[in-house]
Design a protein around this ligand. Structure first.
Ligand SMILES: [Fe+2]
Length: 134
């Protein structure tokens, strides 16, 4: 069964951002579980919408944080966030229109890869910038 858990390797060294990431990862894990036990389309839609909502809240929180610390590549980072939000919109739309109402492994893998890559590469740069600035 596909599963994802937050672990220390994913820490960006900023507690309030780690806290958001834990919530997002837990939500993605709920999606994996729902898919693997064959939950119906409505349950999957609900979790996807929750994931979308958490993602939007988190991105806006993280962007405020970057603004506060005068993060030099905020706009680049914001563009990546905008991209994912629109990908998530597409995934939700396609899921609602789909014949099978199941999520493909490809979609689940995309979400996992995007989130972990983004945290490990992009979000960690924020922690490093802060460390270097202090
Ligand atoms: Fe981010």
């Amino acid at each position: 069964m596909k599963s994802i858990k937050w672990n220390l390797d994913l820490s960006v060294g900023i507690e309030e951002i780690d806290e958001d990431h834990r919530r997002l990862i837990k939500c993605l894990d709920d999606l994996f579980t729902a898919c693997s036990v064959g939950q119906g389309p409505q349950v999957l839609t609900d979790i996807l919408q929750r994931l979308q909502q958490y993602t939007r809240e988190h991105f806006s929180h993280e962007e405020d944080y970057m603004q506060k610390i005068a993060y030099p590549i905020l706009e680049e980072h914001r563009a990546l966030h905008t991209e994912l939000v629109s990908e998530l919109d597409d995934i939700i739309e396609q899921h609602k229109l789909g014949d099978t109402h199941e999520l493909s492994n490809q979609t689940l893998q995309f979400l996992e890869d995007w989130l972990t890559h983004h945290i490990l590469i992009e979000d960690k740069k924020i922690g490093k910038f802060l460390g270097a600035a202090q």
